[in-house]
Ligand binder design. Structure first.
Ligand code: PLP
Length: 395
């Protein structure tokens, strides 16, 4: 007998994957240059030179055994020390290698932390729009997912709504800033208000309510946006990080969870999350990638390509009459469907081989997401289609 729920999970493609596969098939029919695929969040700039060189150097080592062998489950001391030093430099706080656990990207880091916080009736809050995978991560780690609408004017937190959703079962809230899909970066004011609310609620219910800060886009910020170090504002914050986006390494699977010393019960939480990783089959993060991170922890990405894409698409779409909050980070535009539901609009766009993701999966069915990690040239060629589509708006 086969577990039906797992079968359904595995057998069903996400809308994003479906669109992406459709795009590949259509390219064979109408030509690659006639498909405008804004569906998937695959980085579109090459990895920084230092990262590529580190891979090359490591793979050329004569003695390959140490490169590929198992490490400690939490990652090698050297790699964690490099990550800790980088975090210490960025945050001006003391970070010990033992606060860090290297994982195969942000996804398993989130799952481990969420499982470590699962209790009977435990709830984890997310702000909609949210990264679609949060639902399986939260539910299959043994928690209930509670969705709180964002402030739709600016995609910051809607505090009256949030307050209504916190109760004695609330274990954590996921904060994702810079945000997928909106590109919003939480202001200091938002984070301070959140801190005040969570401190009061933790006191009221007699246990900490943690922030799980999901930060794969931390370095991808534009203009004068600034990503605050949340533990400075709210100490009970756990950070889940990934090198997928920053180093354009999504297929290589490397990231970490970091539990700062200021987290209440932090050591027990660290071990619980390590245990959760273990029961999910984690053995160690890929050894080669650990070594790359050890060498490149301080490397900074060049985000000028994404910035240029962001500005050209945002300016054009808003000029045509689309409603969109200018993203300050990540690499997506989250746009209000000009008519009908976003699903209907996305289906219409598909007829012109323009692939945009309806917001249903992100918990916002009136919006669509367009990834800007695509070629500049494709954006420019897609603009007449975006224009034509909004001009079809019924009177
Ligand atoms: N969190 C968010 C908000 C994301 O957008 C993604 C990937 O797109 C992840 C987590 C997972 O990242 P990773 O590839 O490191 O598992």
């Amino acid at each position: 007998m086969i577990n039906e729920t797992m079968y359904q999970m595995g057998n069903k493609l996400s809308v994003i994957r479906e669109l992406f596969s459709y795009g590949l098939k259509q390219a064979a029919v109408v030509g690659k240059e006639n498909v405008f695929d804004f569906s998937i969040g695959n980085p579109s700039v090459p990895s920084p030179k230092a990262v590529t060189e580190a891979f090359q150097k490591l793979c050329a080592e004569e003695d390959s055994l140490p490169i590929h062998s198992y490490t400690l489950a939490r990652g090698s001391v050297e790699a964690r020390a490099a990550v800790a030093a980088n975090l210490a430099m960025r945050t001006g706080t003391l970070v010990r290698p033992d606060n860090i656990f290297l994982t195969c990207g942000a996804a398993p880091a989130l799952c481990a932390v969420m499982k470590a916080l699962s209790l009977e009736d435990s709830e984890i809050l997310v702000i909609a729009p949210y990264f679609a995978e949060y639902r399986p991560f939260i539910e299959f780690s043994g928690n209930k997912m509670v969705v709180v609408p964002a402030d739709m004017e600016n995609f910051q937190i809607n505090f009256p709504e949030l307050e209504k959703c916190i109760n004695e079962h609330t274990q954590a809230i996921v904060v994702n800033s810079p945000n997928n899909p909106t590109g919003a970066v939480y202001s200091y004011e938002t984070l301070s208000k959140l801190s005040k609310l969570l401190k009061a609620k933790s006191k009221e219910y007699g246990h900490p309510i943690y922030i799980i800060s999901d930060e794969p886009y931390r370095e991808l910020v534009y203009d004068d946006a600034y990503v605050h170090y949340i533990p400075d504002i709210y100490p009970n914050t756990i950070i889940c990080y990934s090198y997928s986006k920053v180093f354009s390494l999504p297929g290589e699977r490397i990231g970490y969870f970091f539990i700062p010393d200021c987290v209440e019960d932090g050591e027990r939480l660290y071990y619980a999350a390590s245990g959760a990783a273990r029961v999910n089959g984690h053995v160690c993060a890929p050894s080669l990638q650990q070594k790359v991170i050890q060498i490149c922890a301080d490397v900074k990405p060049d985000i000028s390509v994404y910035d240029r894409n962001r500005v050209v698409l945002y300016d054009a779409l808003t000029n045509y009459g689309y409603q969109c909050v200018k993203p300050q980070g990540a690499f997506y535009l989250f746009v209000k469907a000009p008519y009908g539901t976003a699903k209907e609009f996305s289906d219409r766009a598909k007829l012109d081989n323009l692939l945009i993701v309806p917001g249903d999966e992100f918990g916002c069915p009136e919006y669509f997401r367009a990834s800007i990690c695509v070629s500049y040239d494709m954006i420019i060629r897609s603009l007449p289609i975006f224009k034509k589509l909004i001009e079809e708006k019924p009177e």
